[in-house]
Unconditional design. Structure first.
Length: 209
């Protein structure tokens, strides 16, 4: 069954909207647009598909180490740290009941090395629609976890590996999620700067379980 697309509503389709669809739906939309002689929509579909393939290729080139690591499902990785996610499909963090410790998932390929240490953007406001995930339930949950981590003096991070999409935050939507590194936990501090929350840690903060 194809996507609902009729002649005359082509202006409703933007590259951003098309990129949010699955690859199968983008292909269906492209075929419908070509059949209904809507070349602009068809071209947007082709561009979205090209960006998807390009993003997947870059991710594969950046992350050859995923094959060497023991990767497990995100829910299992959190449970190994004593955390049971509120939403197994959408949550990217949780609080350990035994001691109140905050544990968050970090997309490994977006960690930045700076000044001898590392940093990771945990949450930022959805300014002008730039980060829609921040306003979704999982994004609001992340914000609450950032504030709690600041109160507690830090948090633990689990490294997630996969293939991201150029048009989305990996926490919101990814091309593929391979799994979580089962043997590494990052211990970091959370810092708020200009309304953004950053995880920061030094070179020696990664420790084997």
């Amino acid at each position: 069954m194809g996507l609902p697309f009729k002649r005359g509503n082509a202006e409703e389709w933007t590259l951003e909207r098309i990129a949010s669809l699955s690859i199968q739906d983008i292909k269906q939309l492209r075929d419908n647009a070509e059949r209904l002689n809507e070349p602009e929509v068809a071209e947007l579909c082709k561009q979205a598909l090209k960006e998807e393939r390009s993003s997947a290729g870059r991710a594969r080139r950046r992350s050859p180490v995923t094959k060497a690591r023991r990767l497990i499902a995100r829910g299992n990785a959190f449970e190994a740290r004593g955390v049971f996610l509120d939403d197994a499909r959408l949550s990217w963090g949780g609080v350990r009941k035994s001691d109140g410790g905050v544990v968050m998932a970090l997309w490994a390929d977006t960690i930045e090395a700076k000044g001898g240490g590392c940093r990771y953007l945990l949450w930022a406001p959805n300014a002008d629609g730039s980060r829609p995930w921040s306003d979704k339930p999982a994004g609001k949950e992340r914000l609450a976890h950032c504030r709690l981590a600041m109160e507690r003096g830090g948090a633990e991070g689990l490294l997630v590996y996969g293939q991201r999409l150029a048009t989305h935050q990996p926490e919101d939507r990814a091309y593929a999620i391979h799994g979580v590194d089962a043997e590494t936990v990052i211990r970091f501090e959370v810092e708020e700067r200009d309304g953004e929350f950053w995880a920061r840690w030094g070179k020696k903060s990664a420790s084997a379980i």
